[in-house]
Design a protein around this ligand. Structure first.
Ligand code: ZN
Length: 352
């Protein structure tokens, strides 16, 4: 196949409440060849649901594309559209979708100028560049999370109920049984929560509504996530151990800028409170408008979504994840030889 110059999310073209069908695809291709590129090579991605909505002629037209190696049919088209667009970086993308739930996996979607959208009117069709814009980090998490619920059947009323609990794996041969609560989402099978690792039934390990997740950023990169169940507190600095998060492996030779006890985060019924532990190089709470206030020693401040904590002059930042369903209990690195201290989680009936 020759390198495609236009990736088409065919599902978004052929679907329409009033006038669906393959003729929309034909009209769009005509217009593209006339106005954008006479020699354009199209590659189409279509989802199963849209394929079943095409009439015989439409299905035959799509089959001809497939036979020529110019199209693929999948259950969920969006990720494949983005994968193809990534694979062919000079291709444009023709779609009416903004792929908000894929911005975490395909970071280049933010502000991309490769996307074109279309509008059909009774008199014809027009094409224009799509304004992809950038979605805030916290919102990217939420959209991505919504998409991750569906394959696990968690987007149902009973699945959502499941998300309100913490779950523990009690299968001794499963790696997930090491943690007080699994960090990943469970599977919902007929109302039973199954382990994402071993698929055995999970045990209820307490209320998850107030669990929050702290993101650790270095140089703008998301390097670690720390789940904090309600009632737990974690000290951050140099050194591992119970209820401690060790920054040394992440900051390398700049570790001397971090105090042994630098800052602490506490989850008080779902609110995250931060305090400085008398650190040498200090910490600051940076508000949404950019205003930065030093965090005084041993006085707890509330950290809100869209704000962040910066320590040691910006060396490391901490943000709350925008995830609506943060979950799991923090387990310190096994290298420290200490397993997570008791938290408010009900104890799973783990044999060990
Ligand atoms: Zn398991």
């Amino acid at each position: 196949m020759r390198t495609p110059t236009v990736i088409v999310d065919v599902s978004t073209v052929v679907r329409d409440r009033v006038d669906p069908g393959w003729h929309r695809m034909d009209a769009l291709i005509d217009l593209w060849r006339r106005e954008m590129d006479e020699k354009a090579i199209f590659y189409g991605v279509l989802d199963d649901a849209s394929w079943y909505h095409l009439d015989d002629a439409g299905q035959a037209a799509f089959a001809a594309w497939q036979a020529a190696g110019r199209a693929t049919r999948v259950r969920w088209a969006d990720p494949l559209v983005c994968e193809n667009a990534e694979r062919y970086p000079h291709a444009k993308v023709l779609t009416s979708d903004l792929y908000r739930d894929l911005r975490r996996d395909f970071v280049w979607l933010q502000n991309s100028d490769r996307f074109y959208t279309f509008s059909f009117t009774p008199t014809g069709v027009s094409i224009e560049r799509a304004e992809m814009g950038a979605i805030r980090d916290e919102d990217v998490s939420q959209y991505g999370e919504a998409a991750s619920l569906k394959p696990k059947c968690l987007n149902t009323p009973e699945g959502r109920q499941m998300l309100r609990r913490e779950w523990a794996c009690t299968n001794p041969s499963c790696p997930s049984s090491q943690a007080r609560a699994i960090a990943d989402l469970p599977y919902n099978r007929n109302g039973k929560a199954l382990c994402p690792d071993c698929r055995k039934e999970l045990g209820d390990a307490g209320d998850a509504a107030d669990t929050r997740e702290l993101k650790v950023l270095i140089g703008g990169n998301d390097v670690a996530h720390i789940p904090l169940v309600a009632g737990s507190r974690i000290a951050i600095g140099r050194g591992g151990g119970e209820d401690r998060f060790d920054l040394r492996p992440l900051v390398g030779d700049q570790q001397t800028l971090v105090s042994r006890d630098h800052v602490a985060f506490r989850n008080l019924r779902g609110r995250i409170l931060v305090s400085d532990l008398g650190s040498k190089n200090g910490s600051a709470l940076v508000r949404e408008d950019g205003q930065s206030d030093p965090i005084p020693a041993d006085v707890e401040q509330r950290l809100e979504l869209h704000e962040f904590v910066s320590i040691a002059g910006g060396l490391v930042q901490f943000r709350l994840s925008g995830k609506r369903y943060a979950r799991g209990a923090y387990v310190p690195d096994r290298g420290t030889g200490v397993i997570s201290s008791p938290t408010v989680l009900a104890s799973p009936q783990s044999p060990a």
